[in-house]
Design a protein around this ligand. Structure first.
Ligand code: FES
Length: 150
């Protein structure tokens, strides 16, 4: 069945089963590998993308639910060849350890700052609670978000 999505500003039509997770559409049909598979059950946040500006767990979002939607992935945060300020802060603060969960972490942080440009530390911790990191980079994640926040 055909579904149309706008991903990072580009229109795509994919022919997949309606229950195909958005994660696999993004990775395998569209070829954007920055969005990661962690738990596959909506629990870890590694697969976070934005759907119409809202964070969503792409592993548990069937493509039929996002037909016609505007999707942003980690690759789409860059603009005009420049890293998003959060991506730069992640580098400057040396946030990642293994790095696997970090694209999902950044997508959640980007949504926070888009809605609250000057979050408190508590706001940041609360917003990031649903994104798990087995390496325990949480303190550096907070520092990187604070570096970008006004
Ligand atoms: Fe989607 Fe864990 S892989 S929430």
């Amino acid at each position: 069945m055909a579904f149309s999505l706008t991903v990072n500003g580009h229109r795509h039509t994919v022919d997949v089963a309606p229950d195909t997770p958005l994660l696999w559409v993004v990775r395998d049909e569209i070829g954007l590998k920055g969005t990661k598979f962690g738990c596959g059950a909506g629990l870890c946040g590694a697969c976070t993308v934005h759907v119409n500006g809202q964070p969503a767990r792409s592993c548990s979002t069937p493509v039929e639910m996002v037909d016609g939607a505007d999707i942003t992935t980690i690759e789409g945060l860059m603009s005009e060849g420049q890293l998003h300020p959060l991506q730069q802060a992640w580098i400057d603060e040396g946030v990642p350890q293994c790095g696997y969960c970090q694209s999902g972490q950044i997508m959640t942080a980007a949504h926070l700052l888009a809605n609250n440009p000057s979050p408190s530390r508590e706001d940041i911790v609360t917003a990031m609670t649903g994104n798990l990191c087995r390496c325990g980079t949480y303190a550096r994640i907070v520092a990187a978000v604070e570096a970008v926040a006004g």
